[in-house]
Write a protein that binds this ligand. Structure first.
Ligand SMILES: [Ca+2]
Ligand SMILES: [Ca+2]
Length: 474
């Protein structure tokens, strides 16, 4: 650890010892949404109530200053919010936002007691906020999919109902990047205090790649001046995405998000369903999620289903190697695997190894057996005569574009002779992630490192970022 980082951590530790310091404020809202736990046993009334104690303890361990409380189930969510959760959160210095489901989500979730009467929600949340000032805002989930309900006239009624009661209550609907059309910005944005922006690398749908985040954040900051934008990283699997978010992915998105909070482009970072209570089913991940050949990590190269690519699109990991002095042989070996074999269409996805930018090995994904680890060895001795350093790139290359041809190529257990590089077993995403580069369209590559204790491992990293995010800027 470098000295300035140590000083920052020390400062945060010292600050956290001062009682009564409010978390919310200039640092922005740093917290999480969802994963509301019920108590394990019913009370005397026969109801398993919201487990306020466990949730607050989990949020404090995360150093969260904000919790987005989902109105997910029956009426007890509302009464427990009013009678137990809001006072306990206030005592812990935590702001609460209420999440209400939209009509399009009725198949899975209806918020009670006011269901799809959003004027009633607005009025009642505002009424509750009058006696609980830590009830800071509310959101409608998937708002942008329901603009037939949320017409400007209707939202105007919703807002007037709240403004008469709690003018400070924030209305912050959840809107995806592609939904910020010019018409939406013109008609809808003036009706809101802010938006929750879930990041999924649109126009694609992915939770492994974070390089488009800063661009999208800056675009929104530019297009929505005066509107608070709250980034929502996916800490929970996104449906139809090829991979579950890894610890290092969520950490990277959160770290960048906090930088944008510092620079004023974001108003906060609110995780989507980060598991923060240990009995949450999402706290651990099944062993079957670990697709590494050995250890927990592998390189992964993905084209998602229903995703069009074009010839020349590629994604690769490029590593700088040192050459051991006087070595007689310079050889690289690695294991690779994918789910395609001779029965699948050839001529599209190609696995490649490049030395100093030149292809030195390649194989169509269909040329080797499906779901079988294969070892490739390439002798680089002749090509490296006299050299003192070199780069090797593992890459997935689109020979022809596809429209719907899923692939996930794994690479693991690299061994080197006469050459050296760190982490050849792909166990540390922090080593590999900065080496990744995409060329053209939606070919993804990432270091996929499995964490059995996902909630604990991710929570520890987010807690550090949230603590640092709330420390004064020095
Ligand atoms: Ca490995
Ligand atoms: Ca294959």
């Amino acid at each position: 650890m470098t000295r300035p980082a140590f000083v920052t951590v020390l400062a945060v530790l010292l600050l956290s010892l001062i009682p009564g310091v409010s978390h919310a404020g200039a640092a922005g809202a740093l917290g999480t949404a969802g994963n509301l736990m019920r108590e394990e046993q019913p009370r005397a009334d026969g109801i398993r109530h919201v487990d306020t104690k466990a949730i607050i303890a989990g949020l404090k361990a995360l150093n969260a200053n904000t919790y987005v409380y989902p109105m997910a189930g029956d009426n007890v969510h509302w009464t427990d919010l009013r009678d137990e959760f809001l006072p306990a959160a206030a005592a812990a210095g935590i702001d609460v936002w209420v999440l209400v489901y939209s009509p399009s989500q009725a198949g899975c979730c209806v918020s009670r007691p006011f269901k799809h009467d959003y004027v009633a929600w607005s009025r009642e949340i505002a009424t509750l906020a009058r006696s609980h000032p830590n009830l800071a805002g509310w959101t409608v989930d998937d708002y942008g999919y329901d603009l037939k309900t949320f017409t400007p006239a209707y939202v105007g009624q919703m807002r007037s109902a709240a403004e008469a009661i709690s003018p400070g209550l924030k209305f912050v609907p959840t809107v995806y990047y592609s939904q910020f059309t010019d018409a939406f910005v013109a008609e809808q944005i003036p009706l809101m205090d802010g938006v929750i922006f879930p990041f999924r690398d649109e126009p694609y749908r992915d939770t492994s790649w974070s390089w488009s985040l800063s661009y999208q954040v800056r675009q929104l900051a530019e297009r929505l001046p005066g509107t608070e934008v709250y980034l929502m990283p996916y800490a929970h699997p996104l449906s139809h995405a090829a991979q579950k978010p890894t610890v290092s992915y969520v950490e990277a998105v959160t770290r960048k998000g906090i930088e944008h909070v510092r620079s004023g482009e974001l108003a906060g970072v609110l995780q989507y369903k980060l598991p923060f209570v240990s009995r949450d089913l999402a706290w651990t991940r099944p062993a079957s999620d670990n697709l590494a050949r050995s250890g927990d990590g592998r390189l992964s190269f993905v084209v998602q289903k229903d995703t069009a690519t074009k010839a020349g699109d590629a994604c690769g990991a490029t590593r700088k190697l040192t050459l051991s002095a006087g070595a007689a042989k310079r050889v690289v070996s690695f294991w690779h695997r994918d789910a395609r074999g001779p029965s699948h269409p050839a001529g599209y996805h190609v696995k490649q190894l490049l030395l100093n930018g030149q292809v030195v090995w390649q194989r169509d994904v269909t040329a080797d057996a499906a779901d079988t680890w294969a070892r490739t060895t390439v002798d680089l001795t002749a090509k490296l005569g006299g050299a003192t350093s070199a780069t090797l790139q593992w890459r997935l290359y689109e020979r022809k574009g596809v429209s719907d041809y899923f692939i996930d190529v794994s690479v693991d257990d690299i061994t080197l002779t006469g050459l050296a590089m760190g982490d050849p077993g792909v166990e540390n995403a922090a080593v590999w992630t900065p080496t990744l580069a995409r060329q053209g369209g939606p070919v993804y590559c990432s270091a996929q490192v499995y964490h059995e204790n996902y909630g604990a491992d991710l929570g520890a990293r987010i807690a550090k970022l949230y603590a640092a995010g709330q420390a004064p800027v020095s």
